[in-house]
Design a protein around this ligand. Sequence first.
Ligand code: PMP
Length: 430
Amino acid sequence: MIQAPISNELFLRAQDSIPGGVNSPVRAFKAVGGNPRFMVSAKGAYMFDEDGNRYIDFINSWGPMILGHASEVVQEAVQKAIPSSLSFGAPTRKEIEIAELIISMVPSIEKVRMVNSGTEATMSAIRVARGYTGRDKIIKFEGCYHGHGDSFLISAGSGAITLGVPDSPGVTKGTANDTLTAPYNNLDAVKTLVEANKGQIAAIILEPVAGNMGLVTPAEGFLQGLRDLCDQEGIVLIFDEVMTGFRLAPGGAQELYGVTPDMSTLGKIIGGGMPVGAYGGKKEIMDYVAPAGPVYQAGTLSGNPIAMAAGMAMLTYLKEHPEVYTQLNNTTDRLVTGMQQNMQQLGVNYTLNRVGSMFSIFFTDNPVTDFESAKTSDTALFGRYFNAMLQKGVYLAPSQYEALFVSTAITEGIADEYIKANLESLKEAL
Ligand code: PMP
């Protein structure tokens, strides 16, 4: 039995000084019950909390730690960069090098601008798409999450749906009116919206594999259908690859599915654990960004030398070691097969969605292909399952509406521990 008295005490104390005791909502375990664990260190597949408990980590900082925690590859690069200055506010050689590296990896990117988070990347990308097209409206998909920019907190996934606020107060009606939404995987619904708003849609933005309503895969032809529609209508197609970028393939979901958007947004792995995001795309579009063009976007710490050193080390490693993706696929095959066998043994048939090293178990028998079907999951059962896994030292995303991320630090032995914990936790939760 894992006890966490120090974490409990810290969580009480945190609530006096930090809203809800956390600096990002879904960390609070609100949807699953119980108190969050306060972490002190992490190495490889494991995280250690204030009470000295060890957890096998399947969140990996919500994606970035694809090589496991405290990877020497990234840490050595950061340590080497520190003595030269934490920030200049002037250009550096490293910024060109990372831009060139990103361009060489991500099919849609011909020019790229570095920012400090995924949220900044998506906010900036739609501003540029609006500036480029001279149009105001955007289309997003129900259950997709693109960070906390006003335009995206409409039918939003991730922490927003977990806490029951997919349409956040504080977003003005004017902004909300410019965001149209369609069900994920429903090309006809998108065509109807485009038809009804002819010549007014600046951009269609989506997660090419959705990870923020739990994992939902794009139906056959969905991505290509959007590509064709955007070409016909002069709409900028934006893939939000903050989660999937550098994870599903070196070039992200666009490489895996062979569909190239006009713009892409990146985050998470791109900073190797440091706060980094980026947006990029066709030269013709990116040349609208200041100071090359009229669309304003800036950042005091953008292209920060320490963050760039971390990102450069991470991306270089991934580019030079394609076997990482084979390993991640094999590990995830093992995890998913084990879970399927467990469910068979227990006579239950929950939906397992998976692409590469991302997966979700939905506590529903229905196929999960969009937000509506994701919401048929039994979230109370998920909460019991989550807490049973936590008690066995397995740290999952504390919400049904999140994907899990596998790192290269998950060995076959650790995968088998996970599968055993999964069986016992399912039994306890049912
Ligand atoms: N887009 C997607 C697809 C994401 O998953 C996230 C965060 N999970 C974001 C954007 C926002 O990124 P950040 O939290 O770095 O602002």
